[in-house]
Design a protein around this ligand. Structure first.
Ligand code: ADP
Length: 424
């Protein structure tokens, strides 16, 4: 992080120096000297004008006698021999060009006077800017630039630092690490994405733990029964008993194969969800189609749907899987009566699935959406199941940016599952 801040500051300083040099250079190159309105070029032009004036008079010496002493430029006529100049400069003078010489205190503009061996030397007392002060000012300017950039960068750097620390702790195993989403605009998405990623990983790790715990229990029980059945079968000669043991083994094998299928479906869900695509669909149609398959003589489904289509974006296959699981549970844990109510509230579609069954206690309601969790009431009532249907339904709802919750049903006195999905 320190390297990043330093390199950024260095880059800003180098870039500003380089660009100012470049523009200065371009200005000098492409603007004729006469049009460059720096104090230096203006003085040179003034000196040229004075030279033209003096060269045009018949008696330049008398003009200079009356020259104001306080004038910015002081002309003098000096014999050329008093100014030994290098040949290159002398050639310039012969070509009537202006020559500029600079000392610590003065700046001199030299011109040739026509028809004379004398030179017109115009002296400006305006000393060249003090280079030490100039360097100080330049240094101060860049320090101020760096300080301002640092102030601007500080919240950004602090948040990046927090993000880095959170990532390190998360990597070290603290899966509860989350970031407070701040106000720095360009980091907000990054922080949200980090939290989203952390949440997903935490869920996945929890699922894996639950899955491995449940695997060892759920798989071992039928496997142990099958092994015992096989041993007993080997020792039994009576054909009736043998048939009964074989039937038991077959039932255990069926349970085992259903469990493995359900486990694989659940495990593959993440990958399948990421590969599937959302399409606009009418939730009313989907509900009608899915619930029709449950209508039997032992189950009555009472449908209350809006008259107009309820459009949302989603995957029809997975949404009907979700509904299948809710209706399947209402059938399994209910007493033959189900009510489905679909309404639209604001930007959401709300689907309530009521049943007249055993209901769910508030303690169980907090856990039944976790994989392999089953309420004691369901186990005691000897209803078959692996505790994965609601976990699957919850995942599908979340993937559709929806929510699935449970409460007591006022209408039918059993359980009421509520699914909330965003409308298109
Ligand atoms: P499964 O039904 O296979 O056990 P689910 O994940 O579908 O798994 O349900 C988890 C648990 O939630 C069930 O074991 C049951 O205890 C409880 N449950 C789900 N639906 C209902 C319902 N409609 N009425 C009462 N309890 C329910």
């Amino acid at each position: 992080m320190r390297h990043f801040a330093l390199s950024l500051l260095l880059a800003v300083v180098v870039i500003s120096i380089a660009t100012s040099w470049l523009f200065d250079h371009l200005y000098q190159t492409f603007t004729p000297a006469q049009q460059q309105h720096t104090p230096q070029t203006q003085l040179a032009q003034l000196a040229r004008d004075i030279h033209a004036l003096i060269a045009a008079t018949d008696s330049p010496h008398s003009l200079l006698i009356h020259w104001p002493a306080q004038s910015l430029l002081q002309p003098q006529i000096v014999p050329a021999a008093a100014f030994p100049l290098p040949t290159a400069l002398q050639t310039k003078l012969q070509a009537n060009e202006q020559i500029q010489l600079e000392t610590e205190q003065h700046r001199l503009f030299l011109h040739r006077l026509p028809n004379s061996q004398d030179l017109l030397v115009i002296r400006s007392d305006q000393a060249a800017p003090h280079s030490g002060l100039a360097w100080w000012l330049t240094g101060l300017f860049y320090t101020a630039v760096m300080a301002l950039i640092l102030i601007w960068l500080l919240p950004f750097l602090l948040r990046l630092l927090r993000l880095r620390r959170a990532a390190q702790q998360f990597g070290a195993g603290d899966l509860s690490q989350r970031l407070q989403v701040g106000s720095v605009l360009y980091l907000r998405d990054l922080e949200r994405d980090f939290n989203h990623m952390a949440e997903r990983i935490e869920h996945l790790v929890q699922d894996v733990k639950l899955l491995s715990g449940a695997m060892s229990h759920e798989l071992r029980t039928p496997l142990a029964r099958i092994r015992l059945g096989m041993d007993t079968l080997e020792e039994t000669i009576d054909p009736d008993k043998r048939r009964s043991y074989e039937a038991k083994i077959n039932r255990d094998l069926d349970t085992l194969s259903r469990l493995i299928d359900t486990l694989l479906n659940y495990a593959r869900l993440d990958q399948t969800i990421h590969n599937s695509s959302s399409q606009p669909l009418d939730l009313c149609q989907l509900i009608k189609k899915t619930s029709a398959a449950f209508e039997t003589s032992s189950l009555t489904i009472d449908l209350t749907l809006p008259d107009t289509p309820v459009q949302l974006s989603g995957d029809a296959f997975y949404l009907s899987t979700l509904l299948n699981n809710l209706l399947g549970n209402a059938q399994k844990y209910g007493r033959g009566q189900v009510r489905l109510e679909l309404t639209c509230q604001g930007k959401h579609a709300i689907l309530a699935v009521h049943d007249n069954g055993m209901g769910i206690s508030p303690q169980d309601a907090q856990h039944i959406f976790k994989p392999f969790v089953r309420a004691a009431s369901a186990i005691n009532a000897q209803r078959s199941g692996f505790g994965l249907g609601l976990a699957l339904a919850q995942r599908i709802a979340q993937w559709h940016q929806g929510e699935l919750s449970v409460c007591d049903s006022d209408a039918l006195s059993g359980a009421c599952f509520t699914l909330q999905l965003p409308l298109l």
